[in-house]
Design a protein around this ligand. Sequence first.
Ligand SMILES: [Zn+2]
Ligand SMILES: [Zn+2]
Ligand SMILES: [Zn+2]
Length: 159
Amino acid sequence: MKYFWKKAGCCTRCEKPLERAFMVREYVAWQALEAAGHVLCQTETVPVCETCTTPAEAAACIKSRICAGCGLEIHHGNFGGRGACSKRCTQRVLRARRQNSRATIPCAGCKKAFRPRRSDAEFCSSACRQSAYRRREDAAWAVKFAVTTAKLLAERSPR
Ligand SMILES: [Zn+2]
Ligand SMILES: [Zn+2]
Ligand SMILES: [Zn+2]
C-alpha cells in the first residue's frame, strides 16, 4: 500500500508548500524503523493541496478555518475540529495556552505573586480571602464604634 511522509507546511501528497490545506484521510508513515527495514504506517487526517484533493474529498471539506498554529487556511469536514492543520500545530497551540495560563498576578491579600486557577481570582488562598474579608469587617466595625462613641460622648456632655 502506498504511503506518504508528512512534511511540515507542505502538501502530504506532492510535498509542495501549502497555500491552502484540505484535511483528508491518508495513509502516512508514522515512524521509520530503518534497522528493521520497514516503515510503520497509519491512516491520519493530514493536509494536502487543492490539486491533490480528489473531487470527493474536496466536496467533504464543507468547513474552513485558520490554523491557530501557523495561520494556514484549512478546509475540513465534520470531524472533531481541533483547529490546527497538524499535530505540530496542535502542540504549538497547547503550549501557548499553557504558557498563558501560567501568568501570575499579585494576591490582593498578601501581595505575593500567584497563579490564578480562575480568571476572576483575586487571592492566592482561601486564608488570604478570609483575612481580607475580616479586615473589611474590622474596618466597618471600627467606623461604627467611632460613630457610637462620638454619639454617647455628645449625649453625656453638659449642654
Ligand atoms: Zn499536493
Ligand atoms: Zn498549522
Ligand atoms: Zn495571598
